[in-house]
Structures are given as C-alpha cells and as structure tokens.
Design a protein around this ligand. Structure first.
Ligand code: IMP
Length: 188
C-alpha cells in the first residue's frame, strides 16, 4: 500500500513549502512585533493543522494558539456552500489581534463566516494567513477587520489538491507535499 499512489503530480514539494512558510513567519513577526497585545493565532481544523504547526515555529513572538472547526465539505470535492462552526474557540478574542490560519481560500465562504464570527466575538483586528488561494473559484467577497492583513503562501491553480493537511475524504493529509489527485481517485 503506497500513500503516493493516487497522486498525479506534485505542485509544491516539502522544501518549497517550508521555505515559503519561513518567509510568512518572518513577515508576521515583522508586522506584529510592534503591537502592544500578543496575537491569537487560530488554526482552522482540520486542514490547517500542519501549516499552523510549521508556521508558529517561525513566528518569533509571544502568542496564544487555538483551533476552530468549520464544516463545509461532505466527502466530495465541491463545497456545499454553507459553512457551520462546529467547534468553538477556547480563547477569548475580545480586544485581541486574531490571525486566522487557513489551509486554502476557495469560494471564500468559510473565511467570510469566520471573519464574521471573530467580529461578533469582539476581535480588534482579524488577519488571514492562508497557505493556498484559488482565486479562480472565489464566490464570496470578505473584508478583514481593523488593521488586519492578508498573507498567502501560493496562488493555486484550479485543481483539487491533497497533502500537507489537505484531504480527500479524510485521507492524504499526512503527505509532506501538496499534490493533485488522479481524477479516477474521486470519479465514480
Ligand atoms: P471555501 O469555503 O470554499 O473557501 O473552502 C474552504 C475549505 O474547503 C478549505 O478550508 C478546505 O478545507 C476545503 N478545500 C477547498 N479546496 C480544497 C482542495 O483543493 N483540497 C482539499 N480541500 C479543499
């Protein structure tokens, strides 16, 4: 049984990802070091778990870390468009600078729902750090809060990707690279 069997091609290798994550960590360190309040880094489970773990080690600042869970996909490759927060934050974000760490911004539905949620909880700013962004699929416009900034690792072509946290039907998350699944793996 070989985990890489279902992969058609690799888009970003482990080395390329780690290099970019390191750059993002430096940018975040630079941008947040002058703020009086320590940031709250919120990973969007499950997809962002690996990115979050690598990213926070590259941010040279005191911070708190939490996770939030949003459900928007069933077992297919197309979003059902109605994200729902299924596991809430533990940390109080009122008056804090939130950095949402996402695996990918696709239609923008999940992000828009999360930004509204952080606003409703009184965050003083909401920034977003996403590993991938698929601009071709954007349907929902979102606005950051306060002095929030948008950070993106790579622009992603319109493929369904797996690996480095990304799943298909809860599998492939543990691949160290981001790749494209062979169509026969998800077509009936
Ligand atoms: P959005 O709400 O459409 O922006 O979708 C965001 C969520 O969909 C992400 O956080 C991912 O979990 C999932 N997603 C979108 N595109 C892909 C993909 O290519 N592979 C795996 N998951 C994806």
């Amino acid at each position: 049984m070989d985990l890489s069997n279902g992969i058609e091609k690799i888009l970003w290798t482990e080395e390329q990802i780690l290099e970019r994550v390191s750059e993002l960590g430096s940018e975040l360190t630079r941008d947040f070091k002058s703020r009086a309040i320590t940031p709250v880094v919120v990973g969007v489970a499950t997809g962002a778990f690996m990115f979050l773990a690598d990213l926070v080690r590259k941010i040279q600042l005191p911070m708190t870390v939490d996770f939030i869970r949003v459900e928007s996909y069933g077992s297919g490759t197309v979003s059902n468009g109605k994200p729902r927060i299924s596991c809430e934050l533990k940390v109080d974000v009122r008056g804090k600078h939130v950095i949402l760490v996402e695996d990918i911004v696709d239609t923008g539905n999940t992000l828009s729902c999360l930004i509204d949620y952080m606003k409703s909880k009184g965050a003083s700013s909401v920034s977003v750090c996403t590993l991938l962004d698929k601009p071709a699929r954007r349907k929902v416009h979102f606005e950051l809060v306060g002095e929030g900034k948008y950070y993106c690792g790579f622009k992603c072509p319109d493929y369904f990707v797996v690996g480095y946290g990304f799943d298909f039907d809860e599998q492939y998350r543990n691949l160290p690279f981001v790749g494209v699944l062979k169509p026969e793996m998800y077509e009936p």
